[in-house]
Write a protein that binds this ligand. Structure first.
Ligand SMILES: Cc1ncc(COP(=O)(O)O)c(C=O)c1O
Length: 402
């Protein structure tokens, strides 16, 4: 089927919730994807930070196809191969910077997406507060953040433009400015009894890769605990090695109580996780939360293969080295006014007069998949196997495109 035919069908039979790039991508391998005409593209978006091992990594493809031939779904009423191992691996990654004698297991709930992982985090924080905190129910989040598109995760997403058409949103959310320690302390001083959690992205991704400062995150952890609230880190985009650490919070000298995870965890098989420290997870009782599909046989097979391979292939070092190289190279471009990021979660702002969505479109014709998060911002979330050679190819083409 031609691109025009595909596009006509989608126009007629799909809801218009997003504007698509004019290309139909049909296969991929590593850093490359190919359209229906056989044209090759170098992928600096990685399925929006999902394809951590690159496209169709043999270990993941094999795990999914072997599992699909064995048992696809059986439900959460039963034990499932690999599920305990995946939860254990994630717990070890969350504990990576905790001294061994202070480590205790993190306990996870398996969901199907980032928004669902956050829904679980929100419910758990409220449940925890009823049992062990002040009984407050308000979730404090940061202006400009992004936590998903379900009603509660949208209420947590402090971006009026995304929220206003869907009022009334669920109650129990309040917002405070990014990196403003004073405002944060004041919010807790005035409403501490009502707040059960502060939920943050350590690095705001959808907003254009804006990191929190270490001081701000450390203040958030301290005031949350002083007021018997929990700290939730939304690591949906920044987690699973993306930022050159297993999780981004490990860059900032904090340890959250609850962490939401999705995107890179299963290489594109839909999966989300909400992990909590044992004493916090203890607030949930059977029946408090659930999911038909979450943590299904196929999902955990994909996650198990992904996490095993990520640990084996020197991905962490690669994300650090290639990420630094990418930021250095971007900073040399005359049309770039600012570069931000950690590991392979990076962005650059373009000078006034250059329209980022137009750059993305032009890049497509030059065989590059790029992404704009705003009128002047390009974001880079390539597979974590991205090499300095791939960055060199990007840098050969980008100046002309700009
Ligand atoms: C930080 C963050 N949280 C939550 C979400 C929502 O994840 P999903 O689209 O899988 O529901 C996203 C998606 O981009 C995200 O970046």
């Amino acid at each position: 089927m031609s691109l025009n035919e595909q596009s006509a069908l989608e126009q007629t039979y799909m809801m218009h919730t997003i504007n698509r790039e004019p290309v139909c991508l049909v296969k991929g391998s590593g850093m490359n994807v190919y359209d229906d005409q056989g044209k090759e593209y170098l992928d600096f978006l990685g399925g929006i930070g999902v394809c951590s091992l690159g496209h169709c990594h043999p270990a993941v493809t094999k795990a999914i196809s072997d599992q699909a031939a064995k048992l696809i779904h059986i439900s959460n009423l039963f034990y499932i191969e690999h599920r305990g191992q995946v939860a254990h691996m994630v717990s070890d990654l969350l504990n990576a910077y905790v001294p061994t004698d202070e480590q205790s297991p993190w306990q996870s709930f398996f969901a199907n997406s980032g928004a669902e992982a956050n829904e679980c985090a929100i419910k758990l924080a409220r449940r925890w507060s009823q049992s062990f905190g002040t009984g407050g129910s308000t979730i404090l989040t940061l202006d400009g953040g992004f936590h998903g598109r379900t009603l509660a995760s949208l209420a947590a997403t402090a971006q009026p433009a995304k929220q206003e058409r869907f009022q009334p949103l669920p109650a129990g959310f309040a917002h405070t400015p990014l990196n403003d320690c004073e405002a944060l302390e004041k919010a807790f001083e005035q409403h501490g009894d009502e707040i059960c959690a502060i939920m943050v992205e350590c690095i705001q991704g959808e907003g254009g890769v804006h990191p929190c400062t270490p001081e701000f995150l450390q203040t958030a952890q301290r005031v949350a605990h002083e007021h018997k609230a929990v700290l939730i880190c939304d690591e949906v985009q920044s987690g699973v090695y993306r930022c050159g650490r297993p999780f981004a919070f490990q860059l900032f000298g904090i340890t959250p109580d609850i962490v939401s995870i999705a995107k890179g965890i299963a290489s594109g098989f839909p999966m989300g996780m909400c992990a909590a420290r044992q004493n916090v997870a203890a607030a949930f009782e059977p029946g408090d939360h659930g999911s038909t599909f979450g943590g299904s046989n196929l999902a955990v097979a994909a996650a198990h293969a992904t996490l095993t391979t990520l640990a084996q292939e020197g991905i962490l070092e690669n994300a650090q080295t290639v990420g630094s190289y990418l930021r250095e190279q971007l900073a040399t471009l005359g049309d770039v006014v600012e570069v931000r990021g950690y590991g392979l979660m990076d962005a650059c702002d373009l000078r006034d007069g250059i329209d980022a969505p137009t750059v993305v479109l032009k890049a497509l014709s030059c065989g590059l998949l790029l992404n704009a998060t705003g009128p002047h911002t390009l974001r880079f979330l390539p597979p974590l196997i991205c090499s300095t050679n791939d960055v060199d190819v990007l840098m050969e083409k980008l100046p002309t495109i700009l």
